[in-house]
Ligand binder design. Structure first.
Ligand SMILES: [Zn+2]
Ligand SMILES: [Zn+2]
Length: 388
């Protein structure tokens, strides 16, 4: 079955919702108007909506008309980014420093489109949960929803996610068997020495050359500790020390980021950063304090559900629609917290060539409305087939 006809027929309506949301962006955990809009739409479709899960999150619950007790969760993210929009079209952001530059406006519109279709047809057995998740962009709304009992209050067997993917052709979807997106951690290393006159270094414990040794040491972490067929990144991105050219500072502070696709690599790098920094500092008679902050874990699809996602994509978009060999992204995604609890798959939906400089998080980006019926059909068929 290709794109569902009655979903194609509501493309204009989905586009209106999408553009309304684009014009009215809200940041993480502040999606008050957005959640009001979603609840209003779900209620119009006759779907019961539960609010305030993860502060501004919304979950819609719909039962099918066929026999069955299966359950499935479909997730869309809701938040915008703190940045000015440089587009000049009619649905440009009304806020001067907030913008839907990651397409979460489109994600919500596609899930609402599926909700509308499924509420009219109910051609499935069991329960579908429409999860509208706040605060994907750094604040971990996915984690908060899980902590606040998403899966206890709405017991679902599997959970599914989707992100529009500029650069991948319209009509294609990329599906990964395992990791899709990386974990994203940050660290702060403080090298504690003893400052003094730059011309009398032997009476100081100079942290500056020690910081250089630590940076070099950290470069061996990925190259010597991680299986070369896995991907990982350690980047020192900030160094702060000193006030004058003739003063050796007491301390050097360094910050950076650490990304991996596998949990065991993440642990190796965390331990490695601590050991290398501490050991090198101590070898020079100084000390180092390391603060390691765990961000989003890696987003990992389960194999069975990744295979099922392929079947649905082929059903909706055609036999050659699935791209299975696109490398994972080293960006991160808090749908990972849901996939840590439940089996499921997160797919990239081709959004076509966005044009020069119009990728995600760019001030000239705009969600491609052509893919609204594709995404909504994918969601709908996923429910109809999984809960048939
Ligand atoms: Zn984003
Ligand atoms: Zn996004």
């Amino acid at each position: 079955m290709p794109i569902i006809n009655s979903i194609s027929n509501i493309k204009k309506e989905m586009q209106e919702w999408r553009r309304y949301l684009h014009e009215n962006p809200e940041l993480g955990f502040e999606e008050y108007n957005t959640s009001k809009f979603i609840v209003k739409k779900l209620n119009e479709f006759g779907i019961k909506a539960f609010q305030n899960i993860g502060k501004t999150g919304v979950v819609g619950v719909l039962k099918g008309s066929k026999k069955g007790d299966g359950s499935i969760g479909l997730r869309a993210d809701m938040d915008a980014l703190e940045m000015p929009e440089e587009n000049n079209f009619e649905h440009k952001s009304k806020s001067k420093d907030k913008m839907h530059a990651c397409g979460h406006d489109g994600h919500m519109a596609m899930l609402l489109g599926a909700a509308k279709y499924l509420s009219e047809t109910k051609n499935f057995g069991g329960t579908v949960y429409f999860i509208f998740q706040p605060a994907e962009e750094g604040l971990g709304g996915g984690k908060v929803m899980v902590e606040e009992g998403l899966f206890q209050e709405f017991p679902m067997q599997t959970v599914w996610g989707m992100h529009n993917w500029p650069g991948l052709d319209v009509g294609k979807a990329a599906i990964h068997f395992g990791p899709v997106m990386a974990s994203a951690d940050t660290f702060k290393i403080t090298i504690i020495g003893k400052g003094g006159h730059a011309a009398i270094p032997h009476l100081t414990h100079d942290p500056v050359p020690v910081s250089a040794s630590i940076i070099s040491g950290l470069q061996t972490l990925v190259s010597r500790n991680i299986n070369p067929v896995n991907s990982a990144v350690v980047s020192v991105t900030m160094i702060r020390a000193g006030t004058a050219s003739n003063v050796i500072p007491d301390e050097v502070e360094m910050r950076g980021t650490c990304r991996t696709l596998h949990q065991q690599d993440r642990e190796k790098l965390e331990n490695g950063i601590k050991n290398i920094s501490k050991s090198i500092a101590q070898a020079s008679g100084l000390d180092a304090e390391i603060d390691y902050f765990q961000g989003y874990p890696s987003t990992e699809n389960t194999i069975k559900e990744a295979n099922e996602a392929c079947e649905i994509v082929e059903d909706v978009m055609g036999v050659n629609a699935v791209e299975k060999n696109i490398p994972p992204s080293m960006a991160s995604e808090d749908f990972s917290y849901m996939l840590k609890e439940k089996p499921g798959a997160y797919i990239w939906l081709g959004a076509g060539n966005p044009g020069e400089g119009k990728m995600l998080h760019n001030s000239c980006y705009d969600f491609n409305d052509e893919i609204l019926p594709i995404g909504a059909s994918y969601w709908s068929r996923l429910v109809e087939i999984k809960l048939s």
